[in-house]
Design a binder for this molecule. Structure first.
Ligand SMILES: [Zn+2]
Length: 160
């Protein structure tokens, strides 16, 4: 397994690592392209995520800057969480998303670019997410995708 995955897995509580390890290893074994976005999150970062869409963007961005997070554009100024406390802060959660590689040919040169298919309404996108959710659930994880009312598609957690 690549060091980048090992590093992310090591942010987890020792009691839940094995579930996430199986998840990541199964995705690799099945050639499912994915990206781990976030594992451990400090309470300060959770607080600023909670403030997003609730407090003025300029204040949210001032706090994000202090925490080393990128500056939110107005297009992202919306509520992204209903949780003041997060299982990420307890080291029991991982945000993981599908990844699409696009091959481009321009002036006879081949280049590759990657993107995360955030728009679930785009043709062909939903099955990419659902396949990963199925694997996560089979590995014993709770998938945020299954939450009623506020589905959190990238989110996987193991409550201990
Ligand atoms: Zn999450």
């Amino acid at each position: 397994m690549l060091q980048v995955y090992e590093d992310k897995l090591n942010e987890l509580d020792a009691r839940v690592i094995k579930y996430f390890y199986n998840f990541v290893q199964t995705l690799l074994d099945r050639d499912r392209p994915f990206k781990i976005l976030e594992v451990y999150r400090s309470q300060e970062v959770q607080d600023v995520y909670y403030a997003q869409g609730r407090e003025p963007l300029v204040e949210v961005n001032a706090r994000r800057k202090e925490l080393g997070l990128y500056q939110l554009p107005p297009a992202e100024d919306r509520i992204i969480t209903h949780a003041k406390k997060s299982t990420h802060t307890d080291r029991c959660a991982m945000d993981l998303v599908p990844r699409i590689t696009m091959v481009n040919f321009k002036d006879g040169r081949r280049t590759e670019s990657e993107r995360i298919p955030w728009n679930l309404d785009e043709p062909g996108v939903l099955p990419l997410w659902e396949a990963i959710v199925r694997i996560g659930v089979a590995c014993g994880l709770e998938a945020g995708a299954k939450w009623q009312g506020f589905a959190d598609w990238p989110h996987y957690q193991k409550i201990i």
